[in-house]
Design a protein around this ligand. Structure first.
Ligand code: NDP
Length: 335
């Protein structure tokens, strides 16, 4: 039998954690032949909820689930972790300044980075979901000097999937036929969902949009006034319609990200926030979203894409926000 993969999940007593656990245990993330061991990390107030989820996991009798343990101590929870899903974070509360938010999250992601550095397996792969995800990943990576920086990533796959969903509906193509969509920059309202290179069943998406919407100018208008804001603000739309934040789709995107990282991206590129190597003018070391392919278990930034003036401008704006966040956590002494 295969050796179980150890998966550590933080915020395991929260909403996204609850949606994630059962899919991980069913094999959706690491495949139908890979047993998993789940380490659930919570702050003391969250431990009971995580314990409740652990009871339900037992009651689900997942054949692949070898063990579940609940912790309130990061060092123990990350012991031997091959996969780390950092979901728990400090949400912004009313009247909270950005500095306070970053400091609160620095107090979570700094020690978690250090615990990963000290205790995780050599092949550990980390994804940060808790917001501000890109900068939280930067903080964690900076506290893990012995872990290669490329192992720290942040989730923009939900934005990517949202973009696919909107495009599929607009050009009336099955979502699985759409390729070469990119989310650039920060997982925030400044993100740039880019469809300039996108194809649907092999046809150019910009051309399909122009045909459907009555010309390139109307297609451009749709892109700027409808598509981009709709994707970037989809979280708020979900809250308004559903009455609470997106949970299952966030969990599903997290599964997609980790599955593709481990098993590869058979359908060409996807989007993930990874540590920049300087590609596309994004300062080295920032955790920014790029078009990426997973090759041999490593994310590779898709090289040499041509970017027009509009794309360069949008990417620069989102990257400027990441630079600001990095400078803020630096001046707070968090990295
Ligand atoms: P959720 O499980 O709903 O969300 C967790 C995090 O995911 C939040 O930071 C949230 O950011 C973020 N997120 C990222 N993308 C999305 C998206 N598309 N939609 C919604 N959320 C998204 O929050 P809960 O409050 O239910 O659970 C959080 C749990 O984390 C609690 O149980 C808490 O105790 C725990 N926690 C654990 C820590 C630890 O293990 N050390 C540390 C801190 C908290 P946003 O708020 O911006 O939406």
């Amino acid at each position: 039998a295969k050796k179980p993969i150890t998966v550590t999940l933080t915020g395991a007593g929260g909403q996204i954690g609850y949606a994630l656990l059962f899919r991980i245990a069913s094999g959706a993330m690491l495949g139908p032949d890979t047993p998993v061991r789940l380490n659930l990390l919570e702050i003391p107030q969250g431990v009971r909820a995580a314990e409740g989820a652990a009871l339900e996991l037992q009651d689900s009798a997942f054949p692949l689930l070898s063990h579940v343990e609940v912790y309130d101590d990061a060092r123990s929870a990350f012991h031997g972790a091959n996969v780390a899903l950092l979901v728990g974070a400090r949400p912004r509360s009313a009247g909270m300044e950005r500095g306070d938010l970053l400091t609160a999250n620095g107090g979570i992601f700094g020690p978690q980075g250090a615990a990963i550095n000290a205790a995780a397996a050599d092949d550990v792969r980390v994804i940060v979901v808790g917001n501000p995800a890109n900068t939280n990943a930067l903080i964690a990576a900076s506290h893990a000097p012995d872990v290669p920086a490329e192992r720290f990533t942040a989730l923009t796959r939900l934005d990517h999937n949202r973009a696919l969903g909107q495009l599929a509906a607009t050009v009336d193509t099955p979502v699985g036929d759409i390729r070469r969509v990119t989310i650039w920059g920060n997982h925030s309202a400044t993100q740039f969902p880019d469809i300039a290179h996108a194809t649907a069943a092999g046809d150019s998406v910009p051309a399909l949009l122009a045909a459907r919407l009555g010309g390139t100018d109307s297609a451009r208008e749709w892109l700027v006034d409808e598509f981009i804001p709709r994707v970037a603000k989809r979280g708020a739309e979900i809250i308004e319609v559903r009455g609470s934040s997106s949970v299952a789709s966030a969990a599903s995107a997290t599964i997609d990200h980790m599955r593709d990282w481990v098993a590869g991206t058979p359908n060409g590129w996807t989007s993930a926030a990874v540590v920049s190597d300087g590609s596309y003018g994004v300062p080295e070391g920032l955790v920014s979203s790029f078009p990426v392919e997973s090759v041999d278990g490593t994310w590779r930034i898709v090289p040499d894409l041509e970017l027009d003036e509009f794309a360069r401008h949008r990417i620069a704006a989102s990257v400027a926000e990441l630079v600001e966040e990095r400078d803020a956590v630096r001046s707070l002494g968090l990295i």
